[in-house]
Design a protein around this ligand. Sequence first.
Ligand SMILES: Nc1ncnc2c1ncn2[C@@H]1O[C@H](COP(=O)(O)OP(=O)(O)O)[C@@H](O)[C@H]1O
Ligand SMILES: CC(=O)OP(=O)(O)O
Ligand SMILES: [Mg+2]
Length: 331
Amino acid sequence: MLNCYGNRCLNYTQYQNPTFSTKTCMPTMTSQKGPPSCILAVNAGSSSLKLQLFSVGRSDTIASDLVPKLLLKSAVSNLASPPAKFTFQNFEKHGHSIESQDLKDIQSVVGAFEFFLKFLRKDRSGVRESQVDEITHICHRVVHGGEVGERGPLVMDSRTLKLLEEVISLAPLHNGPADLIMKAALKSFPKATNVAFFDSSFHNSLPDFIRVYPIDQKVAKARKLRKYGFHGLSYHWILKNVAGFLGKDENETSIIALHLGSGASMCAIKNGKSFDTTMGLTPLEGLPGGSRSGTIDPSLIFHYSSRPADSDKVSSVELSHAESILNLSSV
Ligand SMILES: Nc1ncnc2c1ncn2[C@@H]1O[C@H](COP(=O)(O)OP(=O)(O)O)[C@@H](O)[C@H]1O
Ligand SMILES: CC(=O)OP(=O)(O)O
Ligand SMILES: [Mg+2]
């Protein structure tokens, strides 16, 4: 799969349907329509949009292997602290010079994606029209996969988009924009296969005693309230590179990894699998981030939004009810 966290691709296995290995969360991609020609990788984060375009060719050594070649790298960053900044680097253009400009009117990752698509087709981008038309696959980083994304990547169509809409409320800062970007991509590239790769899939190895919150289990099960964990694509990339650096197999590599960006988390990786991570049901839990509190006393929210000392407010009743849910119902 292609990873937009680094400027190199990790591995590219043949694209079969896609199925995937639950062990590594890496997909094997088969296409009914034949091998991919150009792949666009899209990483929508909370403060930036990062994009890379690859062409895919046959390996010189093993004919059946497909090798991606990085053609361009682009980003719109600073979305959480405007003005947004656009960068674009075409590796096929002489000098590989980076184009850079402030985008005063772009405030969202969806706006950034639309700007990128327009720029791609401009002469200035140096990207041939035929290359854009050859985009056969678009790989999207999607933060929350909920239960449908547990086993790995999904080809996006109206049915899978609908399934994913159910988890938007669990990661509104990320999944909402990703949903809009996937819809825009399906519209702009109707012939391309769109695949969602989930940050949460890497953590499907969490042991039950970590995954389960100490709350009423009937409610927890019915509403799928449990630890999911995120930044998994980044953690897999870190794992792969650390294992490579140490000359070990991934399943013999145990590390504590930190992803420190606009969203921040930590992950304990034991023998190549996520064992514990700081983010939970949503990307709010754990370390504080660029625009989020991270873990706070769960009662704080009720005290923050109500004033229990004001006797004339009913909110004090609501407050004690809310706290009793957290206290008594957790037993
Ligand atoms: N070299 C750096 N030094 C300090 N902070 C950085 C550096 N690189 C990135 N950051 C921080 O990370 C943020 C971007 O985080 P990132 O995770 O890449 O984006 P996103 O949250 O959109 O995925 C920036 O807003 C900045 O605060
Ligand atoms: C999951 C998450 O927090 O992602 P990001 O760092 O891109 O905001
Ligand atoms: Mg990020």
